[in-house]
Design a protein around this ligand. Structure first.
Ligand SMILES: Cc1cc2nc3c(=O)[nH]c(=O)nc-3n(C[C@H](O)[C@H](O)[C@H](O)COP(=O)(O)OP(=O)(O)OC[C@H]3O[C@@H](n4cnc5c(N)ncnc54)[C@H](O)[C@@H]3O)c2cc1C
Length: 442
């Protein structure tokens, strides 16, 4: 028997703009009293929801509980930019045969996640502005152009379709003259993340019970059963799937391997016809910066502009008010540089969301103890990856095997991070330097 007290639980000071635009959420079912289940999935993000969904298919007669600390759709997953990415090329100085092999595995994993999200959308008739139009990696600087050229070369070596977009083509798509060039890849999809997650949670198969606003505060790992306690209730389950991403260390595993970091986003109100004209008439699109410290930009299906940039270390799993203030400044700056004619409209919603990163890009997948399985550390790209990690974890826990499970089991594990003070200093230096390097992309 091992008892773990959860020191930090998720607590957000802001609301996801995506979640806010959906209107009132149906009342949350909170955990009260003690329930007995065959399976308990902790975490209602990309990993947890897809783990529970897959589990319900594989074990239709088992009782499954899914518990989240907050509202599903307003958690980190529902705060993201809504890019389900298949190819995430990392331009490197040397791009070896091993790099090619790893990237092909990564693409296989991500495509499985995109396919599974699409399958859930079809099966449950989910309305989430799903758009398989692909995405654009873009830049506004000469250094970025060189990076993009190596991205295009890498995509060529991987045998992936892509198209080079010059400044004019970028302007036609985005409406702004800000970008110098871009590389288009067709396999990514865009969606309204909170809409998808909220609706999927409502339409999960009948053998799943969802509890929200129910942070787990204590776990007792037993031999045949495990007990997770919240303030007003408890769940006893034979099998536990931990899909808590950045919070996995709180559950007693990989205690010193996850680096909690916040990144921030803002959404305008829907643009009027004349504002859309002033913004250059952009159609719906999604642009990710070639330097990830630059700005992610979307024109959404409901005529809004979305921006994401800025990172800050969150040692206590909370966003600092000063970091939020700085992020909002960066968002206004990004909007004004791209769409000066409409920048004065500002943003209707701004928010932060937590990411779990590891120092070496490693991840967690597998069995932690008898009847305890976990996956964590999407390293900032968790939509497609998260859906696959969750689906594959459920399959693995049920004894299945697949190429994806083999890939994930053989992935590099995360390395231990340095003590808090050193990590804070290190992350502070790296983010300051990377933000400076990305200054033309913000
Ligand atoms: C602004 C922003 C933009 C982003 N854009 C993108 C993007 O476009 N594409 C992309 O691929 N990724 C993006 N990301 C990253 C992506 O959101 C994350 O990688 C993703 O959410 C990870 O999913 P997850 O299910 O692993 O974890 P999470 O979404 O973090 O889910 C973990 C869940 O565990 C729950 N939990 C934790 N502790 C407890 C507890 N004690 N009790 C109960 N529940 C608990 C949390 O409430 C949470 O809901 C973005 C992130 C942010 C913040």
């Amino acid at each position: 028997m091992r008892n773990v007290q959860i020191g930090h639980i998720p607590r957000e000071q802001t609301e996801s703009g995506w979640f806010a635009t959906l209107g009132d959420a149906p009342p949350a079912r909170e955990l009260e009293g003690t329930g007995h289940y065959d399976w308990l999935v902790v975490g209602g993000g990309w990993m947890g929801l897809h783990a529970a969904h897959r589990l319900a298919d594989l074990r239709p007669n088992d009782r499954i509980a899914l518990v989240d600390a907050g509202r599903i759709g307003n958690n980190a997953a529902g705060r993201c930019a809504g890019f389900a990415l298949d190819v995430i090329p990392r331009p490197a100085k040397r791009y070896t045969a091993l790099d090619v092999e790893r990237d092909l595995e990564e693409i296989h994993v991500n495509r499985e996640g995109i396919d599974y999200i699409r399958e859930c959308i079809r099966r449950h008739d989910i309305h989430c502005d799903w758009n398989q139009q692909g995405k654009i990696h873009a830049t506004a600087s000469p250094a970025g152009r060189r990076r993009l050229q190596s991205v295009a070369a890498i995509l060529g070596r991987l045998g992936e379709d892509c198209g080079w977009l010059d400044a004019r083509a970028m302007r036609e798509i985005t409406g702004t003259a800000f970008y110098d060039c871009g590389v288009y890849t067709p396999g990514a999809a865009l969606l309204q993340p909170a809409a998808y997650l909220r609706e999927l949670a409502l339409k999960l198969p009948d053998n799943i019970t969802v509890f929200e606003n129910s942070p787990i505060r204590e776990v007792e790992y037993g031999i045949d059963e495990h007990c997770c306690r919240t303030q007003r209730g408890a769940i006893v389950a034979g099998q536990l799937l931990l899909a808590t991403n950045a919070f996995l260390p709180q559950f007693g595993f990989y205690r010193r391997h996850s680096i909690p970091v916040y990144t921030y986003a803002s959404l305008t109100r829907p643009l009027s016809e004349s504002e859309l004209r002033d913004a250059g008439h952009p159609a719906e699109f999604g642009v990710v910066p070639v330097n990830r410290f630059g700005t992610t930009l979307r024109r959404t299906a409901d005529n809004r502009l979305f921006v994401r940039n800025f990172f800050a270390y969150a040692p206590r799993y909370r966003s600092m008010p000063s970091a939020f203030t700085k992020a909002i400044r960066h968002h206004h700056h990004a909007l004004a540089r791209r769409y000066p004619a409409i920048a004065s409209i500002g943003f209707e919603h701004s928010w932060g969301g937590i990411l779990g990163l590891s120092a070496n890009g490693g991840m967690v997948f597998g069995r932690m103890a008898k009847g305890v399985y976990a996956t964590s550390l999407c390293n900032g790209v968790g939509v497609a990856r998260g859906a696959t990690f969750g689906k594959a974890l459920a399959e693995y826990a049920c004894g299945a095997s697949s190429r994806t499970i083999e890939i994930l089991r053989n992935r590099q594990a995360p390395t231990r991070r340095w003590p808090n003070a050193i990590t804070r200093f290190g992350v502070g230096c790296v983010t300051t330097w990377r933000l400076y390097q990305a200054r033309e992309e913000i």
